[in-house]
Write a protein that binds this ligand. Structure first.
Ligand code: NAP
Length: 300
């Protein structure tokens, strides 16, 4: 297969993914709305172009790693969108966490051009993206996945084929629903511990070693206690994932009440200025004794 790959979106995740594609020897063209973010990658051998359509023109595989449905729609379907230049054999890989409804629409637009789409969102965060240790959750047909396999392998430790198009997006929302609820409840639990007079270190050690412990609990509680909110996964993206999860679960007649409660906390924290900080900063909303009640009345 051609080694020409295009990557659209150089945020926290896209940048690490691009680095690993270059390391694996692919000829990489990148696009990002904010061009400055491509500087280091250009130094490493990537070709930067100023529109998604130009990025997709000669690529055998086009991957996008963007914030949400709206960003994905702009980049694939805008007047200079990647779909304007994709060819019959081009493989499109949507790795952003987006809604299954948008994946279905994108798949139908792609098929009108004769192109094939995989939805392949990822688990893992900034560090795993940089180390090429992501897990891809893939929806799509076998032949298309086979075509994209060498490229996905360069960025990941595992590639899990879940079923037809949309399966990856569904699985990813279930995954992040469970993560979002846990982060929100951890923020409440830790605030409670801090105000209870218990020794915070001892209390967290008990919880980590006990039934509530999880990799997420360990990573996020450390960030909350250190008040380190440099972004691994931004708060606004978690709010988005919970919102999409609620809509998607409702399609299956499941009402995600805990997602709604967690999303409310993330929305309130976003309104207080934490949208672009790490999701762990949601605890600052609760550490502040006064404003949550005022904001809650407006938002939840
Ligand atoms: P990020 O750092 O916020 O980057 C978002 C990217 O989307 C940037 O390239 C941004 O461009 C672009 N973008 C946003 N709105 C746009 C628009 N309207 N038009 C064009 N481009 C637009 O996000 P990330 O953390 O890399 O996450 C990317 C995706 O992966 C998200 O769907 C997220 O939910 C998912 N994800 C994230 C993590 C994580 O730990 N961070 C883990 C798994 C999955 P600019 O640079 O110009 O703003």
């Amino acid at each position: 297969m051609s080694k020409d790959v295009a990557l659209l979106g150089l945020g926290t995740m896209g940048t690490g993914m691009a680095e690993n594609l270059l390391k694996a020897g692919f000829s990489l063209t990148v696009y990002n709305r904010t061009p400055e973010k491509a500087q280091a990658l250009i130094g490493d051998g990537a070709r930067f172009v100023s529109t998604p359509s130009e990025a997709a023109r000669d690529a055998a595989v086009v991957i996008s790693m963007l914030a949400d449905d709206a960003a994905s729609r702009d980049v694939w379907m805008g007047s200079n969108g990647a779909l304007t230049t994709t060819k019959k054999e081009t493989i499109l890989v949507e790795s952003s966490t987006v809604s299954p409804a948008w994946i279905a629409e994108l798949a139908s637009l792609a098929s009108r051009k004769g192109a094939k789409l995989l939805d392949a969102p990822v688990t893992g965060s900034r560090v795993q993206a940089k180390l090429g240790q992501l897990s891809f959750l893939v929806g799509g047909d076998d032949a298309t996945l086979k075509g994209a396999m060498p490229i996905l392998k360069a960025m990941s430790k595992e590639i899990i084929h879940l079923g037809p198009i949309g399966s990856g997006a569904k699985m990813k929302l279930i995954n992040n629903f469970l993560c979002g609820v846990q982060v929100a409840s951890l923020a409440e639990g830790l605030t409670w511990i801090e105000r209870s007079g218990l020794n915070v270190e001892k209390a967290l050690a008990i919880l980590k070693a006990g039934a509530p412990g999880s990799p997420l609990f360990s990573a996020v509680s450390a960030r909350m206690t250190e008040r380190d909110y440099s972004v691994n996964f931004s708060l606004k993206l978690m709010e988005k994932d919970l919102r999409y999860a609620e809509v998607e679960a409702a399609q299956n007649h499941v009402s995600l009440k805990t997602a709604k409660a967690a999303r409310c906390l993330f929305e309130m924290a976003a309104a207080k200025g934490f949208a672009d900080k790490d999701m762990s900063s949601v605890i600052e909303l609760l550490r502040d004794k006064i404003t949550p009640i005022q904001i809650e009345k407006q938002i939840c």
